[in-house]
Design a protein around this ligand. Sequence first.
Ligand SMILES: NC(=O)N[C@@H](CC(=O)O)C(=O)O
Ligand SMILES: [Zn+2]
Ligand SMILES: [Zn+2]
Length: 421
Amino acid sequence: MENMMLEIKNIKRVGSDTLESLFIEDGKIRGWNLSESASETIDGKGATVAPALIELHAHLREPGQEQKEDLASGLAAAAAGGYGTVVSMPNTSPVVDDPGIVTSLIQKADRLGFARLKPAAALTRGQKGETLADLAALKDAGAAMFTDDGRTNENANVLRRGMEYASGLGLLVSVHAEDATLRQDGVMNEGVVSQELGLPGNPAAAEAARVARDVEIALLTGARLHIQHLSTARALEIVRQGKKAGAPVTCEVCPHHLTLTDEALRGFDAMYKVAPPLRTQQDAEALFEGLLDGTVDCLATDHAPHTQAEKEKDMLEAPFGIPSIEVAFPLMYTRFVKTGKISLEKLLDLFTAGCARVMNWEVPSLEEGAVADVVLLDLENSKAVDPKSFKSKARFSPWAGDELYGWPVLTLVNGRVAFQG
Ligand SMILES: NC(=O)N[C@@H](CC(=O)O)C(=O)O
Ligand SMILES: [Zn+2]
Ligand SMILES: [Zn+2]
């Protein structure tokens, strides 16, 4: 039989300057610096190697909103962003509340050969927040988690029962934690800037109040709860206290909430309109502290593509969402590792092992026998963000033109090339 050994040569492990060779066979890591001969060799040209990134929160829009994104464009974009695994959100059209949709998404993604897809399914039928979906059947079809993201869970008892049911199945519930009755029709953070601009504000308290309620439900039930796209200092503090009290909660933070503030809205550009909204500098700094002290478990992008025409509408009309899956790692690396605020090891943990721990998945590694989900990162050369070159259909970006380091140059999924830059 033909020897299908892949060698990736001239690569560096994190924290080392030595050029080494990684050998991959049958989708698994075979070992380092072996004397065996490979059937295929890729020259890593001094790039740094890490386990492929894991995305717990992306909107891929299939089925039904393929004008914004589809599996092919979204998973190709993810692979270009260095991701080997993506959890897709179920707020599609129809909503992913039916096992048949989960199955067909997974089958389609497998055929594409980009990042691996782990679909999230809706917690409630039609994401209406009233009746639980058939969580057991959804899990059997391959659902990775349950969430009504895109909507908020207004009925606390429905959330409680859903968390209990999901916990019995060994899966977590993930929540978009904002109190809809406090959020009202706010299109940006409520504060000095919203007042100056005369735009309806969404107060930090909408998030903090909902996070407090949901942490209590986690304490009550002992069921795993994951809080999505945390954006405020107050909500983060509530999670910190909840964890101390033993609540089985985890949380994610998004690159846009760490690198942008409500000041960005001064140009009335709805590209910056996102839910939860961009907050204050103080909030962004508190979230960053949360990354350092472990209150924040992982980074997730909440990649939320819309058409350019939709995002060019005015602040009141445009849909919420910022696409970022292709720039998340370079953005975080350049802003926070290059400036010495966080170590590369810690940042990578937040993009990989931290996500796996949230999901109770095997922690990714580059040791013999591990699944060969691998990314090569160019930490030496910078490149400007060029949305026209995005694989995502959302070819615009708040970071367009920014010179960033840390671009992925190769992503392997199950030992196969999913992206090569
Ligand atoms: N985050 C957003 O602003 N938008 C998301 C929905 C969501 O994540 O709640 C979307 O689906 O576009
Ligand atoms: Zn959300
Ligand atoms: Zn989302």
